[in-house]
Ligand binder design. Structure first.
Ligand SMILES: Cc1cc2nc3c(=O)[nH]c(=O)nc-3n(C[C@H](O)[C@H](O)[C@H](O)COP(=O)(O)OP(=O)(O)OC[C@H]3O[C@@H](n4cnc5c(N)ncnc54)[C@H](O)[C@@H]3O)c2cc1C
Length: 409
């Protein structure tokens, strides 16, 4: 049995570690921070995990948040304008939002309880190379900050700058809906979405403002929420009032504010696909996984889901046996790209200039619940989503199939 080093204890590294553990493969998880530090720190992302990821969690025996109240059952997309676009599409399996400061330490504890090994490692290439000779393969799942190990894949990375300027926060004072859904507001300045997130202190709402650079939502990303949390909340509420009036109806202005001081993140994310493997100076092969390999803008909510899916695929490949050499790395790269390509294509389309055929889906979904449901179901099936949106022709034939009743998704 091989011995695998996994650098990074985010969802990608943990799902790989837990999956390999189930297969009897020896792993060491190298984490930058202890679980206590992660739990006490600031939020790094606010991911919604869709049904397939939750199914993998059940397979891993780490489905700790199964209660109905923790589920997200649909997406309510509102774009206003003319025609007035608004629809609530239903997911086929409920999604879930759990604060990763709760989620990651819990999964790390699961891994340790089952005999896993966790060591703290500094996020530096020399450190990664230092531990590499102890293992047969190094998997780097160290997140979106570049480690310097994997070069940018130019052909697969159309953007050089962030296409949205993000402000994301955990907020109290937003009334839940029953059953829970993601509110997704499209405005001329970008997008605002909100969904319930379970934190260690109970449920709150994760709100993400995806501002088009230069647009009216952008200034929030420069607001110093640490120095002036009340001013930050007032600024955000003002934007919600103006640009997401449906969401505003659920806000109690007296309660509205960051759940805890510092519960926000700000800045832009440049989508990038990096080379998926390299040979370290020590001679060991290092593979990139999750955000260390592919970073998408969070607009389509796919990064964590893709990290989990890729982890399972990689675990299967390792389980097939054989040397973990450059040949293996090439095969892994090809197989994992088949999974990632639809996610990258769809995510990049969404943050690009408005695509008329996407608009066509939204207009039709407003009039036809079958289209609304089929579109929203595809958040849990990025291959099917990409097939539906990858070109105007693909969208026309997808819409035809759904509206003529030949297909349900
Ligand atoms: C605002 C926002 C909203 C999002 N919403 C969604 C969503 O709805 N759905 C979705 O699927 N995705 C979403 N994403 C994206 C998603 O959160 C990420 O794609 C996902 O968490 C990446 O997981 P990862 O394990 O690859 O990396 P990370 O979660 O970044 O984990 C990497 C870990 O490695 C550690 N590390 C770094 N360097 C080293 C080193 N050298 N040695 C050891 N450890 C190291 C880091 O501290 C970190 O703990 C969102 C992101 C943001 C910012």
């Amino acid at each position: 049995m091989p011995d695998i080093a996994i650098v990074g204890a985010g969802i990608s590294g943990l799902h790989l570690a837990l999956r390999l553990q189930q297969a009897g493969v020896t792993t060491t998880l190298y984490a930058e921070r202890t679980s206590e530090e992660v739990a006490a720190g600031r939020p790094l992302h606010l991911p919604v995990r869709f049904g397939r990821t939750r199914q993998r969690e059940r397979e891993l025996g780490v489905a700790h948040w199964e209660g109905r109240e923790n589920g997200t059952y649909g997406v309510n997309l509102v774009a206003g304008g003319e025609p007035d676009i608004r629809f609530l599409g239903r997911l086929d399996e409920p999604a879930s939002g759990v604060d990763f400061r709760l989620y990651l330490p819990r999964l790390t504890a699961d891994y340790l309880e089952r005999g896993g090994r966790v060591e703290v490692l500094k996020p530096e290439p020399a450190e990664i190379d230092r531990i590499a000779p102890r293992h047969d393969l190094v998997v780097v799942a160290a997140g979106r900050a570049a480690t310097g190990l994997f070069a940018r894949d130019e052909a697969r990375s159309p953007y050089r700058t962030p296409q949205r300027v993000l402000t994301a926060g955990l907020l109290r004072g937003i009334a839940p809906v029953d059953p829970g859904h993601i509110h997704f507001q499209v405005t001329e300045g970008g997008e605002i979405f909100s969904t319930r997130i379970l934190t260690a202190d109970g449920p709150v709402h994760g709100v993400v403002v995806e501002a088009l650079p230069g647009g009216p939502l952008e200034r929030l990303a420069a607001f110093d929420h640490l120095a002036d949390p009340a001013g930050f909340a007032a600024e955000l509420l003002g934007l919600i009032e103006k640009y997401a009036p449906d969401l505003r109806q659920r806000v109690d202005a007296r309660e509205f504010g960051l759940a805890k001081p510092g519960d926000a993140l700000q800045g832009g994310i440049t989508p990038v696909v990096r080379e998926s493997w390299t040979v370290l100076p020590s001679g060991r092969v290092a593979l990139a996984l999750g955000d260390a390999w592919v970073v998408n803008d969070p607009l389509t909510g796919q990064g964590a889901n893709l990290g989990s899916r890729s982890a399972f695929e990689l675990a299967d490949l390792i389980g097939e046996g054989g040397p973990l050499d450059e040949d293996f790395a090439r095969r892994a790269a090809a197989r994992l790209w088949r999974i990632a390509e639809p996610v990258v294509g769809w995510s990049n389309l969404n943050i690009g200039p408005p695509a008329e055929h996407l608009g066509q889906i939204f207009v039709t979904a407003t009039e036809d619940q079958r289209v609304a449901d089929a579109f929203v179901r595809n958040f849990n099936d990025p291959e099917a989503m990409w097939e539906a949106v990858k070109s105007p022709e693909a969208t026309a034939s997808w819409l035809k199939r759904i509206t003529e009743g030949e297909e349900t998704g």
